[in-house]
Structures are given as C-alpha cells and as structure tokens.
Design a protein around this ligand. Structure first.
Ligand SMILES: [Fe+2]
Length: 281
C-alpha cells in the first residue's frame, strides 16, 4: 500500500458518520479532554502506521455500519460477570462513583436512577478476564484494531441490572441520543436474557428519518460493539430485569492494562496521564 492511500485511511470519514452532530458540537464547544484524546489517538495511529491490520467481512461490515452484533455462547466469560452482579447485589456495597483520578464522572444523574442497580467495585481479576475475552475474540479484536488503526484498552467496565419499574417516572427511560465520548471510543454491550420484537434491548435509530429503526438488538444473550458517539441509539425500558455489561474501549500506545473508572465514570480525562487510585476515607 502506498503512502497516499495510508494517509487517506487515517483520515477516513466512515459512512455511519453521515448525520452526526458530533463534529459540529466539537467545533462549537471545544473540549480540552477531547482535543487531548484526538492527539493521543493520532499518536497511537502514527506508531502503528506501517502496520496493516487484517480485514474480513466482519470488519468491513463494522466500518460501513458502525456496529456488529452476535450471540454469546454458553459458558463464556460474560456469565462470570453476570454471576458477580447477582452476588454483589445480594451483599452490602459501598457506593463509590469513581475509583481513579484523571477520570470524568457524574454523581447526580446516576444516583437519581432508582431503576438501575450497579456493581460499585470490580476486582482486577474480573477486569482481566473480560479483557482476555475481548482480545481472544477474533471478530471484536479485529474490528477494534481496524477501526482505531492502533492498539486499544478497556477504560471502563460497568455491570448493572436495569429494573422495569421506577418511583421516579422521569428516570425510567433512556431516550434516543448520541454518546459524548472522545472521538474513536467504542462500546461493547452485553445483555442477559432473551430479546425479541416486543422487548428489544438496544436500538439504533436513524436521526434523519424520524428516528426510524436501523437495527434492534435481539436474540438470547446478545453482544454488540458500536460507536455510540456516531450512532443514534436508545436503551428500551426492560420488561423484566435486564442484566447488562458495558465495556468502554479507547485507543492505546503500549499500556493495554484494563482500567475500571467506576459505575458513574466516563473515560480518562487526559489519556497521557497515569490513572491512579482515588484515596477513599
Ligand atoms: Fe448511550
């Protein structure tokens, strides 16, 4: 591949960026963290510039649509995390919003949600397990490397149960939206249970065409990877308890150790900085 086509690939505008207000928002509201992330991602790409990541039908599908879904097999790692959720929700947990400094997080929004129950602390061994799981899954590993054009790391892991009812009606729904993460952040969502036409988990909508449906996450124990900054999406209210695993992934240089910010955390504010533990009294 010649230099010109390499450069073209780095600055590629993917088809699913089409209707997205992301770039205009970014220009009108410059954000220091996002700028640092762009610079960081660019350096990650530069290091891997001569590396060409393998393509297949799955990476081609993701690069066109911005998502890819499949079904988890029985006895795979996500079940270990769903069991951890069950165990933690049955024992006393201290609420910790954010475990690491240099992380973005919100206190108010999440604590108002009385229909979501979280795991507040996740031990390192579980983070390593899910990290190995993603890296050993050829589809996901290839999709991420192809899209980032670099190595990657998990920057947050959230495990929670979404309950069908809430006392506070305002908090029940997660309406259609774009996420506001730094550019080139992807999410992996895993849902436990069966989801059909009448009880889909996540839906991807067309913001331009009256929120018409593009894709509905259905089937038993689905797992989906998506660029949630660029796809208009909504989490439907569950009909029965919905156990969920959410993994946030960003580009990385050499340090690929998974991070756990916290249930209410977003992403490292400055990707160049070390993320040390917040002292909790
Ligand atoms: Fe979202």
């Amino acid at each position: 591949m010649n230099l010109k086509s390499k450069i073209k690939k780095v600055f590629k505008i993917y088809p699913f960026y089409r209707f997205n207000p992301y770039i205009t928002n970014f220009v009108s509201h410059p954000n220091k963290s996002f700028i640092l992330h762009m610079l960081y991602s660019f350096l990650c790409i530069s290091i891997n510039f001569l590396n060409s990541y393998k393509k297949n039908r799955v990476t081609i599908f993701f690069n066109k649509n911005g998502f890819y879904k499949k079904i988890i097999k029985e006895k795979e790692v996500p079940y270990i995390l769903f069991n951890l959720l069950e165990k933690k929700l049955n024992t006393y947990q201290e609420i910790v919003y954010c475990h690491l400094n240099n992380f973005t997080y919100t206190e108010k929004k999440m604590s108002n949600r009385d229909n979501q129950q979280f795991v507040y602390d996740i031990e390192k061994s579980f983070l390593n397990k899910i990290d190995d799981y993603i890296r050993s899954d050829k589809d996901f590993d290839m999709i991420i490397k192809n899209y980032f054009k670099s190595e990657y790391r998990i920057v947050n892991l959230r495990i929670w149960r979404y309950l069908p009812g809430s006392k506070n009606l305002d908090n029940e729904k997660v309406g259609a939206h774009y996420d506001r993460f730094p550019h080139k952040t992807v999410k992996i969502m895993i849902y436990k249970g069966f989801f059909g036409q009448k009880n889909p988990s996540l839906e991807i909508l067309d913001a331009e065409k009256n929120e018409s449906l593009i894709f509905s996450v259905r089937g038993r124990d689905p797992i989906i990877i998506l660029d949630s900054n660029h796809l208009y999406h909504k989490a439907n209210l569950p009909k029965v308890n919905r156990d969920t695993i959410e993994i946030t992934i960003q580009p990385a240089f050499f340090d690929k150790e998974p991070l756990f910010g916290g249930f209410s955390s977003g992403h490292p504010y400055n990707p160049f900085k070390k993320n040390s533990k917040v002292q909790i009294n």
